[in-house]
Design a protein around this ligand. Structure first.
Ligand SMILES: Nc1nc2c([nH]c(=O)n2[C@@H]2O[C@H](COP(=O)(O)OP(=O)(O)OP(=O)(O)O)[C@@H](O)[C@H]2O)c(=O)[nH]1
Length: 127
């Protein structure tokens, strides 16, 4: 089951992390915002939709740059991470517990779901 996620990278180099709702699956953990690709969507259009739903921002698919994927044995989900440096609107937390702008060196100090950890490592290596 494909899941798409974005690292929104601000002009000051900070990266947006999204804290999942405390009471749901992987509750309270910090992840790259995104979600499941629904039937009929491609990864880009799913990510544009998820970023609008979760953060209230508008993203042009042309500004999504694929970076890395992560999966693990026994888990049907594969997560595709994109970077994005251009969006319209100020991100706000519409669906999760909180959002935070995090310096790259502080990403891994946030408790993350398992698949977000290698994605964060790939991101840190790329910038
Ligand atoms: N971000 C993230 N999601 C993971 C990991 N492992 C894993 O099974 N997942 C699952 O991947 C899915 C991610 O979708 P989501 O919950 O963020 O997005 P969504 O809004 O489309 O899902 P929903 O319909 O369940 O609310 C969830 O079912 C989540 O439990 C992981 O390591 N990181």
């Amino acid at each position: 089951m494909p899941v798409v996620a974005a690292a929104l990278i601000a002009a000051n180099g900070r990266i947006l992390l999204h804290q999942r709702k405390l009471d749901g699956a992987l509750g309270g953990l910090w992840e790259f915002p995104g979600g499941k690709v629904e039937p009929g969507e491609n990864p880009d259009s799913a990510l544009v939709r998820e970023l609008a739903e979760e953060l209230g921002v508008a993203v042009d698919p042309a500004d999504l740059v694929y970076l890395a994927s992560a999966s693990e044995p026994g888990n049907p989900h594969v997560i595709l991470l994109y970077t994005c440096r251009v969006w319209a609107g100020e991100p706000v937390c519409l669906a999760g517990e909180a959002i935070a702008w995090v310096a790259p060196q502080d990403l891994l100090a946030h408790e993350m779901p398992p698949l977000d950890v290698p994605l964060a490592q790939a991101l840190i290596s790329s910038i």
